[in-house]
Design a protein around this ligand. Structure first.
Ligand SMILES: [Zn+2]
Length: 465
């Protein structure tokens, strides 16, 4: 027993003091101090509580969205960031006013539903029609022309639960384009099972798209227990008729802002580590998991770093606008900075809830892997494993960056097992966030960003294809 304890002590003191080619013993001591400070601080939780309580939901273009921009500016300033600024982003603005639904036959019952983003409205008294069930989007696509005339198409695809959320992508296909495929077959409405793993009766909203030249039909998801109910009725051979009533508004082009805070580097301030999340959220909950947590923990991580020292390169926190309506803030940011993308020495977005970070993965040049491994070693005490595949994806707001250039991207993989129970629903609220797990996330981001910004050599991306 005694031996084991000695071993642990030796291991931890080794982490604190032994120099690496990329980091001096002094730097590693600072990393250890940073990790401890961030692990013990409730700053990220305080920020998240403030954002979700004092502002609440942050649908792009709304008054709340504007208030969130002012909130972020004020918080960055209060936290002592060296530079705080706004960059404009435009997006197609949309509002939800009311929504309701009913199963009418074979037996009347309430349907818990929500409109997908950009859905058109139904007539004032809704649409009433028979439901035609498909298990997948491909089944709907294969349906004969005109076979859905006057009907409501319904896709019953069930997403699977997994730690990395791999069920989401396949399920989202039906959300993005299902209504277009349904309208092509003559349907007057489109309905789908929520893209979610939940058992509750909150329907999941999300982005969807119409296509020019195809009739825009009302586009809704239903809560999973209601989806089961309809599937059971249809399996019994019943003719299921529903009434859907959603009132929304397309408001043309809206304007919002990316809010950016930076601690300047001491040696190469033009080079920076980019961390952040998206400031907007859907309107149903308060966007605590998606993505208040990412906003709060990256702001706090940068603040904790600044309390240790200013690293060689800058730490930039970017809070992207209008992600939920189609990555509009990210598109604007990477367009505006198109000529200086190689100043980004590392980029990671936190946008996967608030559960623990379990894995650390890079997507960088082979020469930069020693820096990555040195960072991974300092994340290990937080129970973060090194994933050596070097194929990190970054978050959604980094997609425009990846499309523009080969960039050094990192994933701090979060446990997403329960994320899709709450994501995009009225149930995405602060009580779902475990303050202890948020501390671990904050510490992981702080250690990663500090080391990437203060390494002896600059991290480089993989060569462009
Ligand atoms: Zn998100």
């Amino acid at each position: 027993m005694k031996k084991i304890i000695t071993g642990v002590l030796l291991a931890s003191s080794f982490l604190v003091s032994a120099a690496e080619p990329e980091f001096t013993a002094q730097q590693l001591k600072q990393v250890a101090e940073l990790r401890t400070n961030a692990s013990n601080s409730d700053l990220s939780y305080q920020l998240l509580e403030s954002l979700t309580t004092e502002i609440g939901p942050r649908l792009p273009g709304t008054e709340n969205d504007k208030k969130a921009v002012a909130w972020a500016q004020e918080k960055f300033q209060a936290l002592g960031f060296d530079k705080v600024w706004l960059e404009e982003a435009t997006f197609p603005e949309w509002r939800r006013f009311s929504e309701s639904g009913k199963i009418l036959t074979p037996s009347e019952q309430t349907l818990h539903l929500t409109a997908l983003g950009h859905s058109v409205s139904t007539p004032k008294d809704g649409i009433t029609a028979e439901v035609i069930l498909f298990e997948t989007l491909d089944e709907l696509i294969a349906a004969p022309a005109n076979s859905l005339k006057g009907k409501i198409a319904y896709i019953n695809y069930r997403m699977n639960r997994d730690i990395d959320g791999n069920g989401y992508g396949p399920a989202v296909r039906a959300r993005s384009t299902g209504s277009v495929e349904a309208a092509k077959k003559g349907a007057i409405g489109y309905m789908m099972r929520s893209v979610s793993t939940a058992h509750h009766r909150f329907a999941h909203t999300g982005g969807s798209h119409y296509k020019d030249g195809v009739t825009k039909i009302p586009n809704v998801t239903i809560a999973n227990p209601d989806a089961d109910q309809i599937a059971r009725l249809i399996a019994l051979g019943k003719n299921v008729t529903v009434n859907i009533n959603v009132q929304n508004e397309d408001r043309g082009q809206g304007t919002g802002f990316n809010v950016i805070g930076q601690f300047n580097g001491t040696q190469n301030p033009e080079q920076y580590v980019l961390i952040g999340g998206h400031l907007d959220s859907w309107d149903l909950g308060t966007g605590a998991l998606d993505d208040g947590a990412g906003v709060a923990l990256t702001m706090a991580a940068a603040k904790h770093i600044s309390e240790i020292k200013r690293p060689k390169r800058s730490i930039r926190v970017v809070l992207f606008a209008a992600e939920e309506l189609g990555l509009w803030g990210a598109k604007a940011y990477f367009k505006q900075h198109a000529k200086e993308l190689d100043n980004i020495v590392a980029a990671a977005e936190s946008d996967f809830g608030a559960d623990v970070v379990y894995g650390f993965e890079s997507n960088v040049s082979a020469q930069s892997l020693p820096v990555v491994r040195a960072i991974a070693k300092q994340l290990a005490p937080l129970n973060v494993q090194y994933i050596a595949k070097n194929t990190a994806n970054g978050g959604p707001d980094l997609i425009p960056l990846k499309n523009a250039t080969s960039a050094p991207i990192f994933d701090l993989h979060q446990d997403g097992t329960d994320y899709f129970d709450y994501h995009h629903t009225a149930d995405d609220t602060l009580d779902k966030v475990d303050p202890e797990k948020l501390k671990q996330n904050t510490a992981a981001y702080a250690v990663f960003a500090f080391m990437a910004a203060d390494a002896r050599t600059t991290i480089k991306p993989k060569p462009a294809k």
